[in-house]
Design a binder for this molecule. Structure first.
Ligand code: SUG
Length: 437
């Protein structure tokens, strides 16, 4: 029996809007606005509380240390921390924003994980995403890898793929594991195939995930060939703002919710999945007449969490924007009426959403055996007591508001480091961060 644990990213205290992700419409359109780190973190905790309350195994990954001072020092800024921050703020505010991003909250981009029951060597395999397409995200992997080793001590941990453009990898946001009585399949979605010069590529925005990255991960994770389906994302939807496949497609068990425009060849992808999963495979295709790609991007309907819960059956955890949008809401109501899903919840996650991160971006799915679940450090597991503790911690440390000008202040660095130091201690993992007191 597998349990799918949801590892949510705990939003870090430097959460801000710097417009760092071209191709991500929300990120660029909210650039420069004030952010609300405390609200952001509390919204994330409210999601964890909801999902935990549905009877789902919930855990979390702590924030990374930000601002990342080694990134600033590597760019030649020197002196004490206050001098480095002040000089970076004056001379290179973009680099300072990159070093300060709380982007590790979107744990769907932390790694690709394949469960031990699927792999030829019977081990769980983990490859942290290299995230090379955006400088603020490309600095995440070393700390993320360290956290994942803490969280999943029994797994085989690979290095992130080589940091070159042929190997762009954004992790689980482009990976969906589906299964039925007849089989299991890993759907790996890529934006570009550098080995096939004839294949179409997006023109306006970068394709963040390459085919070669997926082929390499599937191999090093020891997945049997017949469990692997590689599918090209439609270049047109990338240019419309679908920077990860989880903005246009979500699946669980034998159920796949997708927009008709998701893939370069949607029919072929669905046939390949049906071949593996048999008649139990249920793709629910949303047509452009019912919801355009632009509406899918603005509402983040497909970035809902699709969960098989003991408490409320097949449950969709949607962003509140879906509830407020008549056509997106009608799609969900249609799925409810037809009995494809049993329950829909709507959650206000606007702080993360303004950076392009919906419910599904905020979590990494890890299918595990019961004995593996018992090896997750208790400090990272979520129950009501842990939620109360994390809520008090956020209330104590987090700023209410941040603007781009605050990023250069050494107070923010000191507060952020002190908060993480306190977090490690309060969850009983004092070695989580290599931070001086
Ligand atoms: O990589 N936004 C993230 C959002 C990631 C969403 N994840 C998934 N779809 N799984 C990104 O584009 C914006 C940061 C800023 O602009 O300040 C940002 O990094």
């Amino acid at each position: 029996m597998l349990t799918e644990v949801q590892f949510d990213g705990l939003v870090g205290p430097t959460h801000n809007y710097a417009g760092l992700s071209s191709g991500n419409v929300a990120s660029t359109s909210h650039a420069g606005e004030p952010s609300h780190p405390k609200t952001a973190a509390l919204q994330g905790l409210a999601k964890m509380r909801l999902v935990h309350g549905l009877g789902i195994e919930q855990a979390f990954l702590p924030p990374l240390v930000r601002p990342d001072m080694p990134t600033l020092r590597a760019a030649g800024f020197d002196g004490d921390d206050a001098a480095v921050l002040a000089a970076a703020a004056a001379d290179n505010p973009l680099l300072l924003a990159q070093a300060s991003s709380a982007s590790s909250m979107w744990t769907a981009n932390a790694a690709t994980i394949t469960p031990s029951c699927d792999t030829l060597d019977g081990a769980m395999h983990v490859t942290p995403a290299n995230l090379i397409s955006k400088p603020h995200r490309a600095i995440e992997p070393p700390q993320t890898a360290r956290l994942l080793k803490h969280a999943l001590p029994f797994a085989v941990h690979h290095d992130p793929l080589e940091a070159n453009t042929l190997m762009g990898d954004e992790g689980a946001a482009n990976h969906t594991r589906l299964h039925s009585d007849t089989g299991t399949v890993h759907l790996f979605v890529y934006g570009i195939d550098h080995d096939n010069p004839n294949a179409l590529a997006p023109r306006t925005f970068p394709a963040r995930q390459t085919r070669l990255a997926w082929a390499t991960i599937a191999k090093q994770h020891q997945l049997p060939d017949d469990m692997v389906v590689l599918a090209q994302q439609s270049p047109a939807v990338i240019d419309a703002g679908v920077f990860h496949n989880d903005v246009i497609c979500v699946g669980n068990g034998g159920l796949l919710l997708l927009h008709e425009a998701a893939f370069a060849d949607t029919d072929q992808v669905l046939q390949a999945l049906r071949d593996r999963l048999g008649n139990a495979f249920t793709p629910l295709i949303v047509r452009s007449d019912d919801l355009t790609v632009d509406e899918a991007v603005s509402t983040y309907l497909f970035n809902s969490q699709l969960l098989n819960t003991p408490v409320s059956g097949v449950t969709l955890v949607c962003p509140a924007k879906v509830e407020d949008h008549a056509r997106a809401r009608a799609v969900v109501d249609g799925w409810l009426d037809a009995g494809h899903i049993d329950t829909a919840h709507y959650l206000d996650l606007h702080e993360s959403m303004h950076n392009g991160g919906g419910p599904a971006c905020l979590r990494l799915r890890v299918p595990m055996t019961e004995s593996q679940v018992s090896e997750i450090p208790p400090g990272l597991r979520i129950d009501n007591a842990r939620l109360d503790q994390l809520t008090s911690w956020v209330e104590q440390w987090y700023p209410d508001t941040l603007t781009p000008l605050d990023l250069g202040k050494s107070d923010l660095l000191h507060m952020s480091n002190a908060a993480l130091w306190a977090l490690g201690r309060c969850i009983g993992l004092p070695d989580l961060y290599a931070l001086p007191r």
